[in-house]
Write a protein that binds this ligand. Sequence first.
Ligand code: NAG
Ligand code: NAG
Ligand code: NAG
Ligand code: NAG
Ligand code: NAG
Ligand code: NAG
Ligand code: ZN
Length: 512
Amino acid sequence: MTPVLALQLMFLACTLPHVKAETKSDFLNARANLLSLEHGLKTGGDLALNDMERAVNKVLMALKVKELETALGSGSFPPSAHFFHAKPAIEQSKVFQFIRKMPKGAALHLHDDSLTDLSWLVKNATYQPDCFMCLNRQHGMLQFTFSGSWPAQDPNCNWRRVNNTRIETGNATKFDAELVANMSLIREDPKMAYPTQAAVWKAFEGVLTVANGLIFYSPVFKAYFYEALREFYEDNVQYIELRGLLPQIYELDGTTHDEEWVVAAYKEVTEQFVKDYPDFSGAKFIYSSIRAFNQSDIAKDVAKALKLRAKFPSFFAGYDLVGQEDPGHPLVYFLDTLLQPGQQKPPLDLPYFFHAGETDWEGMAVDNNIVDAILLNTTRIGHGFALAKHPVAMDLARKKGIPIEVCPISNQVLKLVDDLRDHPVSFLLAQGHPVVISADDPSVWGAKGLSYDFYQAFMAMGGVDADLAFLKKLALDSLRYSSMAEDERSKAMELFQQKWKLFLHDVLSNGI
Ligand SMILES: *[C@@H]1O[C@H](CO)[C@@H](O)[C@H](O)[C@H]1NC(C)=O
Ligand SMILES: *[C@@H]1O[C@H](CO)[C@@H](O)[C@H](O)[C@H]1NC(C)=O
Ligand SMILES: *[C@@H]1O[C@H](CO)[C@@H](O)[C@H](O)[C@H]1NC(C)=O
Ligand SMILES: *[C@@H]1O[C@H](CO)[C@@H](O)[C@H](O)[C@H]1NC(C)=O
Ligand SMILES: *[C@@H]1O[C@H](CO)[C@@H](O)[C@H](O)[C@H]1NC(C)=O
Ligand SMILES: *[C@@H]1O[C@H](CO)[C@@H](O)[C@H](O)[C@H]1NC(C)=O
Ligand SMILES: [Zn+2]
């Protein structure tokens, strides 16, 4: 139990008129009191809305109640259905349209090669004349590369120019849709296509590999990241933090760039974007290694991370380990390396942002990653899906101000939970545990920006009484828990307040 919660419960015990309600009105008073205390504890329960916000809240809650009534009537509630099937209904939703318009602050849990709409990627990358493709005979997936001359012979891969192949098929629309499908997890029947978590992760890694052939070509790489920023900006997100593996980025003649070049490229694109869109607060980068790697690989990567942190102190935010958690190495396997920066005199500066507890298991090594992440002073926990099973770790995280980065659609598509009303984070939101909402890999499941995930959190995970205060709190917390320096944060907060006021005016004068 958190100290805040313990205090509130003590207060409740004192203020309940009689434990045995003698009259009906005593009972109803006690009941109202209890419910109001619970409402006060939930995320946003401590935010007082001003007059204008209360007016906008009325608009929002009328829409929400109407959609919940429709769901009860029809028996179909979008957050309970698989996102691939629910997406059209979500896009029709007025609540979703409200959320799209609403300033949402920051998206703090994203990955560099799954940020941007796949149709954009196909239109921009594969229409370039130097783009080649093949259907790889070994794994049955498409493979892309850019090359100034014909790519090297490969027995598994009969390279052809994409532009010619597109013409030969006779239907460019159909062809482009197939290219998108090769980089997406979307299937007609996801339960059949992906019977297990292992199956969906294998497919997930497969589609990312296909897309990487396009994204890692230097001009596409920069345009892709610029477009990602534009899509988040368009979705009324003002700042992002992205994780990335720092892959080798290649040129037409086959030369490749090292990690420092890649970080510099992200930084330059971000600066260009902020120049073009001054009401955007920017981006920061978190280097992430693959947790299936061995100890010596990770020791090398941590050394690289320390160098990059020193070279780009404000843009390079820190270090993480990624990949499917269940079969990967637990954090404790890398303990010697992960403790090392803090053991130096003076300690070396390398903030951590560990993915931890992205699992359905309890008590396995992977689920104990939550404990290790907190003890290693992680800045935030990626997912933290299993946190509610660890009361002491939960309390400690709260005391240390370590939020979890919750990505509802990711958790559903990657098969941790089916019906998002059953998402364990609803228990944490009910007691105001620090949470930020993010999108993880939106392109891979056909989402865009942050609004789809915000919608799911609002409709299914915060409870029926989650209102504008809940949404505003999530937005404010996303800026609060970002890695921005204090001066950057106060500027971003100011910008948020301006956007928020404009939004309230817009809703009251133009509706949704
Ligand atoms: C991407 O493609 C769109 C549509 O063809 C085009 O308007 C835009 O300029 C392209 N952007 C880049 C960076 O290539
Ligand atoms: C595809 O690009 C190549 C290389 O620029 C060019 O020679 C060829 O004519 C193009 N094909 C089509 C159908 O445009
Ligand atoms: C091309 O394919 C699309 C989608 O598969 C289909 O709707 C369209 O009718 C096709 N166009 C032609 C000219 O066959
Ligand atoms: C991948 O692309 C190939 C070639 O265009 C196509 O035959 C195949 O159906 C695509 N895969 C999916 C899952 O759509
Ligand atoms: C660790 O893995 C790398 C490949 O990623 C390999 O080259 C190296 O030999 C491995 N080291 C140990 C100690 O197993
Ligand atoms: C975590 O932070 C605490 C308080 O600053 C410090 O005492 C501890 O050594 C840190 N732990 C690690 C593993 O760096
Ligand atoms: Zn992730």
